[in-house]
Design a protein around this ligand. Sequence first.
Ligand code: MSS
Length: 366
Amino acid sequence: RAQNKALPAYAAWKDANALTVHSANTLETRRSAFGASVITPSDQLYIRNNLPPPDASVLSDRDAWELWVEGVKSPRALTLRDLKTLGIESVATVLQCSGNGRGFFPSKPSGTPWTVGAAGCVMWTGVPLRAVAQALGGVADGRKFITGTGGEKLPEGVDPKSVIVERSVPIQALGEALLAWEMNGTPLSIAHGGPLRLVLPGYQGVNNIKYIKRLAFTDAESDAKIMAHGYRLTPPGGTANASQPSVLEMNVKSWINSPSDDGGPLKAGRVQIVGVAFGGGQAVKQVEVSLDGGKSWKAAQLFGPDLGRFAWRQFVLSAELPAGTHVLASRATDASGQVQPQDRLENVGGYNNNSWADHAVKVTVA
Ligand code: MSS
């Protein structure tokens, strides 16, 4: 495999062998590095930053971090210390970049060519957003969106709206939203949004605002570029605009991690084909595996603990693989009956790819 770039300083604690460093702001978990346990270890989890992260000094006094809350009856600033008195909850979610799988688009969209590794399943702990809203008198009447703003220092000399990380999601997300200060049992790192992050279970990664400094219940979607033009499902040949669907809820998806095409050579005989499957906001009902590129399918078995409908499930199919080349594919179905499609939805930005054909692995057995 190609010589890897060095880990950026803010992610120096990561496992370099598990990651492909696309750039200082885009690090991807290797397919072969995903283990078969449900939770993705923090040091193997991908990173995606649209701006350089804040200086690590913001973690020197985590509890002093301030969040401005707006669009409630009594708007005010709350410190992380305050937030820690308002309630506590833990939730396991799939954190996935909406561009995960972009690398499979033949149209080669601009942006990081992620394959499967811009995703992980992590455990968050924080305060339910609805408890925060309640403590401030409730959401102001008629508000339709939850708008989160990242706390990065913005580059000078450019229109702030063109760079600020600010996203809006429908207010319906309030039921499950969390303001998290812990990931996988430790205080949030800068890489993953410390000291405080908005976690929106079931929603694509970009909506989960890191180092959140402002949370507003708003009438309209943010007019920041990342919301109005960025992350839109723009039809091929088109130009991004706010009338096109934004990347919000994740769709049903699965892929095989082992054996993988970036793993070692395989010997003929029995193999356990292992992968992950998730339904966005829906539980996974079943996973099928194909040994012949999708011509025929066999039911795989789900294994490991069920951490709820926002987490992914591990699956396994034990199979006999003779010498030769095999295309192994997986196809998930969620509790609402949605089946992972064969084909990706073509779009200019290369978002939301859940095609089972794209995610199949070709393995050579000796
Ligand atoms: N936040 C902030 N503040 N900033 C930035 O840049 N990014 C996004 C999210 N959030 C950002 C934020 C994205 S885009 C993603 S994916 C995510 O985040 C990631 O995460 P991590 O932790 O992994 O790094 Mo795509 O859809």
